[in-house]
Structure formats: C-alpha cells, structure tokens
Design a protein around this ligand. Structure first.
Ligand code: NAD
Length: 492
C-alpha cells in the first residue's frame, strides 16, 4: 500500500539555538501523523523569553557571518546541497510521516527546494554590486548587504520546500535566519537544521523556534528582527503583515489561493485529463497551486471524462496522501454537503473513503468533483484546501474570465487549449501572479520567482528568484572622489 516508515519512537522536537537543540519552555503539544492518527512526536511552544534568547544568539552570530565572504558562505551551501541528496530518503519519510503526503511528493518537495538552493549558489556570480564613473573622477557604486536577523514563518503543507524557498537565499546573502515551522509539522525542521550544521554553518546563523501564534508574535515584536517572511493562509498573512509593518519591519506575506483552470473545447483530452486531475489531487489538494475551480467553457465532456477517470484511479495512500487533521476532513465533508445544498451535483464522491488496515484511523477523503457549482457560492469562492474540485459551467470565455477575475485571490490560473492565440489572450487577462498554459500546477522554475497577487500576497516583490534578493538585502550606495585635482564639475 505504502512504504512510508513512521518514526519507531516519539521524536522530541526542540529549538535549535546557537547550534544546539534545547527544549522550549511553553506548553507541550503532540505531533500526529495524518496517515494513522498516531502520535509520532512532541514539542514545546516557545515563549517570548525563548524567542528573545534565540534572537539574541542569532544577533551575536551576525557580525561574523556578515563579514564572511560570499564565496565562503556559498561553499557551505554546496555542502548543504550534497547532504540533502545523501539524506533525501530519510527526510522524505519524515515529511510523509508528519504531513501525510506520498513519498514521491515528499521527495519532489525536497528537489524543488534544492532548485531554489541552486539559485542561491549562483548569487555569488550575479550582480551584487556595480561601479560607474558618473562624473569626471567621481564614482558611484552599490554594495548589497544583509539585513541582520530575519524571521520566516512557514505552513504545514510543504515542511521542507517552503522553508527552502528562503533559507538558502537569505543565509547566502549574509543574514542570520530564525525559522518558525508549522506546529503541525515541526519534525522536518530538525532534519534540515542538522544538514546545515553538518555542512559547517556557523552556530547561530540558522535558528529554529517551535510554536504557534504566540511564538510568531514574539518574533515579530522582537526589535532585532529586521524582516519577516511568511507563507500560510490569507487570514494569518494579513495579521502578520500588518503587525510586522506596524513594528516598522520589512514584510512579505504569501497567503491562500483559489486557483481557476479555464478548459476550452479544443483542449487535448489526454493532456487536460492528466494535468487537471493531478493538479487537484496532488498533495491531496493541500497546496496553494492546486486547481480548485474548473471553468468549463462550452462542450468539454470528453476532457471532463478523462479528468474523472484519472481522479478515480488516484487511490488513497499509495497515489494520494492524507489530510492534515481530522477537523479539516470534517470541514471538507461539510463543504461538499453545502455545495450540494446550493444546487451542485456530484460527479465523483470521495466522502467516507478510507484505505483501511494500518491507516484506518488516518485522516482521509478521496478525490471529489462537484459539477454545476454556481459562481459566487461557497465551493466556488472559499479556499477548501483538499482534493475537491468545483466545475463551474460557462457559455463562453468572457463568462469564464469574469469568474476568474472576480475572485479575491490571485495565485495561479491555467488554461487548457490547443489554440495559441486564445491561450495568450487568457494568460494576459487572468487575475493571477502565475499562469499556466496546458500545465495544471504552473510553479515557475528559478530564477523566475514565485509569487501571486491580490489576497495571495501582501508586500512587494516575490519570495524566490531574482526578485527575492531585494527583499533579503539592502543596497548601500557609495559615491567616491579621489582625484582632487580633476576639473570642477557638478559633483565637485
Ligand atoms: P496557517 O496560516 O494556519 O499557518 C501558517 C503559519 O502561521 C504557521 O507557522 C502557524 O503556526 C502560524 N500561525 C497560525 N495562526 C497564527 C496567528 N494567529 N498569528 C500568527 N501566526 C499564526 O496556514 P497552514 O494551514 O499551515 O497552511 C495552509 C495555508 O497556506 C493555505 O491557505 C495555503 O494556500 C497557504 N499556502 C500558501 C502558499 C503560497 O505560496 N501562497 C504556499 C503554501 C501554503
């Protein structure tokens, strides 16, 4: 059924401060595997004292790390990459155990994180400074410099990949990085931190504090934290963005999503079937790039049949993972009931599915397709975050794009068609930061940067790629004149 190895004993997950694992002093919380419902570990929440101590230690490490040449910082990141490849199996089992995703998905998440790491390895060769003679004998130059201690708060759905969007870039640029992982998936942070320690990262450059909202607030309020990166739901992204901004900090907060796929009658049924089914069932729909609403334009029955066949064949446990909590399974079941009460019909019903055996007590729901969902209804507008796709029937492209552009989020939108001009038009019209053409999960590859618009992102710029350099660093401008004898000019 699945070859995921759950930890053989409870993992005691601690804070990583100054290169050592130390217990936090707040309330204890258990880590539950969504696959089996069993306790696999525990951690203690970090109090504001725990956070302040951790930030102080990070701040102490900053001057030395800042003055370490970027070539040397990058060498540690090369070693980090090597260790991630060496330990990829072990880390994947840990991710699947605490998050519930399949082993293949866990590995893919690490590999995607390594792709961002590889971009970070190239920062040393990118434009990190420049110098120009702006007037006779007068030179202007800019130098990129780190901010100091920066904080990052991450969600449960990609315990390794999302942190890896920022850890390599922020650290390579010379910052000391304090990471607050999701309290639902804290265990993976131990494996990542150990890789960095074993790669030779100096103590205090990476810090991990475990906890929830109280820990996040203590981090945002700490005067030594210069910037806050956040990835999670829109509700919390707004809270974190406004608190960090009020504290005068730089903040970039990525929120939730409600992604639309525009399906046109000329789309290749095989390509659309696979791309769309995999988009809404991958990671059991718990990803911010998942297809959520299918805007079915005209007669697309052949394509919908293929989507249904592929989704039906996506069996629980081996091909599709579990849902993070039992409460979230109840929420999804209630959302399906609500959609039916609002006039939708069921094309594929995933309710009450369970792989049984050792996994009978896990958190499960099968792929579900709702048809004839009304625009503006609950299922069409609220982020469900599960393997549930709503089909909204549209007469034409104008009607479809009105639904897409009416939605408050703006992470991803895709179109499936064999008409290039139509695809270009829809790509231009879509109200989203990332657009796919015949691709169900249009995550840009580096260095193209990841980031949405509207309620999917608060703050300026993107969190990865070239655009992220300006978030994780400052640019100092220096103007120099050495030739005192040179002709008088406007900068004399
Ligand atoms: P979440 O917002 O519940 O939690 C994210 C982080 O915020 C966690 O570390 C959590 O401990 C912390 N947190 C929770 N409540 C808080 C509060 N009141 N104050 C301060 N911090 C708080 O999100 P989640 O359930 O872990 O993840 C799923 C969500 O993340 C979905 O909405 C998904 O779309 C979104 N997501 C977005 C992206 C993106 O790139 N836009 C990527 C991954 C996930």
């Amino acid at each position: 059924m699945t070859s995921i190895r759950l930890p053989s004993e409870h993992i005691n997950c601690q804070n990583f401060v100054q290169g050592k694992w130390i217990p936090a002093t707040g309330a204890e919380e258990f880590v539950i595997s969504p696959l089996t419902g069993q306790t696999i570990g525990l951690f203690h929440h970090s109090t504001s004292n725990d956070v302040d101590l951790a930030v102080t230690r990070a701040q102490e490490a900053f001057p030395k790390w800042k003055s370490t040449p970027i070539k040397e910082r990058t060498q540690i990141m090369f070693k980090f990459r090597e260790l991630l490849y060496e330990r990829i199996e072990e880390i994947s089992h840990l991710i699947s155990s605490e998050n519930g995703k399949t082993l293949g998905e866990s590995k893919a998440g690490i590999l995607k994180g390594i792709e961002v790491l590889e971009f970070a390895l190239s920062i040393q060769n990118l434009d990190l400074g420049g110098r120009m003679e702006v007037s006779r004998g007068v030179f202007c130059e800019y130098r990129r410099r780190p901010l100091g201690v920066v904080a990052s708060i991450t969600p449960f759905n990609f315990p390794a990949m999302v942190p890896m969007w920022t850890i390599p870039i922020a650290i390579t640029l010379g910052n000391c990085y304090v990471w607050k992982p999701s309290e639902k998936t804290p265990l993976t942070s131990m494996a990542i931190a150990n890789c960095l320690k074993d790669a030779g990262l100096p103590d205090g450059v990476l810090t991990v504090v475990q906890g929830g909202a109280e820990t996040v607030n203590a981090l945002i309020d700490n005067k030594d934290v210069k910037a806050v990166g956040f990835v999670g739901s829109t509700k919390v992204a707004k809270i974190v963005y406004s608190r960090a901004s009020q504290n005068g900090k730089r903040a970039l907060c990525l929120g939730g999503a409600k992604n639309h796929i525009v399906l046109l009658p000329d789309a290749d049924p095989a390509i659309a079937g696979q791309g769309i089914a995999d988009s809404f069932t991958g990671c059991a729909g718990q990803r911010c790039m998942a297809a959520s609403v299918l805007l079915a334009v005209g007669n697309v029955e052949a394509q919908i049949q293929k989507i249904k066949e592929r989704a039906e064949a996506t069996t629980l446990c081996d091909k599709m993972g579990a849902i993070i909590t039992a409460e979230q399974v109840s929420f999804l079941n209630e959302a399906i009931d609500k959609a039916l009460a609002e006039g939708a019909t069921l094309l594929l019903d995933g309710r009450n599915q369970n792989p049984g055996g050792d996994f009978a007590d896990g958190h499960w729901i099968g792929p579900t397709i709702l048809d004839n969902v009304k625009p503006g209804s609950f299922a069409a507008t609220v982020e469900l975050f599960g393997p549930v796709m709503s089909i909204v029937r549209c007469q034409n492209i104008t009607e479809a794009m009105a639904v897409e552009n009416d939605n408050e989020y703006g992470n991803a939108c895709s179109v499936f068609t064999s008409n290039g001009a139509m695809a270009e038009m829809i790509a231009n019209m879509a109200n989203a930061g990332m657009v796919g053409i015949n691709i169900g999960v249009p995550v840009p590859r580096e260095p193209f940067s990841f980031g949405g618009v509207n309620d999917s992102k608060f703050g300026h710029g993107d969190i990865t790629g070239l655009h992220s350099l300006d978030f994780w660093s400052d640019v100092k401008k220096i103007t120099t004149k050495w030739q005192m004898q040179s002709d008088a000019n406007w900068m004399s």
